[in-house]
Design a protein. Structure first.
Length: 552
């Protein structure tokens, strides 16, 4: 992608397709693929000309060429415009270019943490400077801009002078910049105990080119992240999602195990409506579930303090990312580090809400060591697939009136391998399945595996909604979503509203919504051996079914 943008910039910002392809010495499929990706992101547009041309998008066009253009080309708040309402945020490409500058002397598994650490530092420094300026203006009224308590009282991290971004930017050209960044990170951890052991402090290592590090700092300097509107975005998570696919591709891997599409998370959150209580994610990745919960609460005039956040993450570097991601937003989360199955961080927790996206079809979860675990109330999960280990773990930690919503691979609805069908049958016969949602494929950056959403409840007569025992709602949303890029589909706001509106309406007994009785549910979820079977064959796209009408 950078080669394409570089060639386009060298051609004056616009070039014919034939000329550009010749300049790049690419075959036609490669050229068309990269061009389509850049067009979908709003970085380039289709121009005029006999054979077609490719110019950079300008301020009045579809988007902004942030990957190749200087900071002055960005919009006033430091963000590039989107190609549409669902496209990637504008500075992703710029950050990728920043990370790619380090690629010659770091492998893909490492260099994302260098950039994300700097991004975190920039975020908290910008927020600090905004508050610092406000206190400076109030100095005559007794405010002290250098009093750490003034910042802590507003849930803003105290940033000592040696860690402030302006200082680091001034030092960026110096060969000691790695040491300066390490000292800045250490100073922030020293003065903010909640960040102890979280921030990366290895920028001074010999293997990291200091000239390139200085270039990254200069690039990150052009991104404005301190305003409340920007902090409320899932900035680190969204950038991490974008980076993860790039890094996974660079490493020859694929899989969306560490971050769930924010649009999918929104469906989960809107359907569960976690206004208050204990919220639990035992495989939290970068913490996006909690970020979306915060947004939901704020959108409905609630308070983030009304929920208590509990989570766990097995990957240490991802755990650190989650700590940083939630810390930026002032979310006080109890995030344990360790393997959820073998070293539970919250063994006695009973949560009001479980929100999760566990690793799909995990075959390396060491299930043979947990055959007699007391969490397996509905059957021992097979050691070769952790799907129903996760399902039973969620149920084990769900409070009597709690509700769980989570993502699983589509095959979880029909697989009968190694006893999975019997476990699923036991869960259905226990009347725990409240709702099933079949989603379209291509919703994740890193995998095109189709997924479904499960919603489980210990009690369907829990007082929150009407009595609905013996009923399960199916929602077929596989035809929803629009293509944001050549390979990525996103649910629009309207799609999310359609899906998310169903469970509460059925649960409250609105007329016209259909549900499926438990006896039929067993048939609908067990289709093994029938290639024509549809998980929701009785339901069109959000148009109900021929099952029993939900009663008032």
């Amino acid at each position: 992608m950078d080669e394409f943008l570089g060639a386009l910039e060298a051609s004056g910002g616009s070039a014919g397709n034939g000329k550009l392809q010749t300049l790049l010495e690419w075959d036609e499929p490669t050229y068309d693929e990269v061009k389509a990706d850049l067009m979908a992101k709003g970085i380039v547009v289709t121009g005029a000309g006999r054979g077609g041309s490719v110019p950079f998008a300008d301020a009045s066009g579809v988007g902004m060429a942030v990957a190749a253009a200087p900071a002055s080309a960005a919009t006033g708040n430091g963000k590039a415009k989107k190609a549409n309402g669902a496209g990637p945020i504008g500075f992703e490409a710029q950050l990728w270019k920043a990370a790619d500058a380090l690629r010659n002397n770091m492998d893909a598994a490492e260099y994302k943490h260098v950039v994300l650490g700097l991004l975190f530092l920039k975020c908290i420094s910008d927020a600090f400077e905004t508050k610092h300026a406000a206190l400076e203006a109030e100095r005559e009224q007794g405010a002290d801009p250098e009093d750490p308590d003034e910042y802590l009282a507003k849930a803003i991290f105290w940033v000592p002078k040696e860690a402030r971004w302006a200082h680091l930017k001034a030092q960026a050209p110096q060969p000691t910049i790695g040491t300066d960044v390490d000292e800045a990170m250490a100073a922030i951890e020293r003065d903010n105990p909640s960040l102890k052991g979280v921030l990366p402090k290895d920028y001074a290592r010999p293997g990291l080119d200091k000239q390139r590090l200085g270039q990254v700092i200069n690039l990150v300097s052009d991104i404005g992240l301190g305003e409340a509107a920007d902090r409320s975005k899932d900035t680190l998570g969204r950038v991490y999602e974008y980076f993860l696919s790039r890094f996974a591709s660079a490493e020859g891997k694929s899989g969306g195990q560490f971050y769930t599409s924010s649009r999918v998370v929104r469906v989960l959150v809107e359907m569960l409506a976690p206004y208050n209580g204990r919220v639990y994610d035992p495989c939290c990745g970068s913490g996006g579930m909690f970020v979306q919960s915060e947004k939901f609460i704020e959108a409905h005039a609630g308070r983030i303090g009304d929920i208590s956040v509990y989570s766990q993450e097995s990957n240490y570097t991802t755990w650190r990312l989650a700590k940083m991601n939630l810390a930026i937003r002032g979310i006080d989360a109890q995030i344990a580090h360790g393997d959820t199955f073998h070293k539970e961080g919250h063994p006695d927790l009973k949560a009001d809400y479980v929100l999760a996206n566990p690793p799909f079809n995990d075959s390396d979860w060491r299930g043979d060591l947990l055959k007699d675990d007391n969490r397996w109330a509905y059957g021992t999960p097979p050691p070769g697939n952790a799907n129903f280990a996760w399902v039973q773990h969620f149920l084990f930690h769900l409070a009597p009136n709690g509700i769980a919503g989570f993502v699983l691979a589509d095959g979880s609805m029909s697989s009968n391998q190694s006893g999975e069908g019997e476990i699923r049958k036991a869960i259905i016969e226990a009347d725990l399945v409240d709702c099933m949602v079949a989603l379209p494929g291509q919703l994740f950056y890193s995998t095109q595996i189709p997924v479904c959403l499960w919603f489980l409840a210990h009690s369907k007569g829990n007082g929150r909604f009407r009595e609905r025992r013996g009923e399960t709602l199916f929602i077929d949303a596989r035809k929803l979503g629009t293509m944001a890029t050549r390979v990525l589909k996103e649910l629009t706001d309207a799609d999310i509203a359609k899906i998310a509106g169903h469970l509460p309406r059925v649960a409250r007994g609105r007329r016209g919504w259909r549900v499926r009785r438990r006896s039929r549910l067993l048939q609908k979820l067990d289709h093994e051996g029938d290639p024509q079977a549809r998980p929701c064959a009785h339901a069109g796209p959000l148009r109900g079914c021929r099952g029993r009408r939900g009663r008032r």
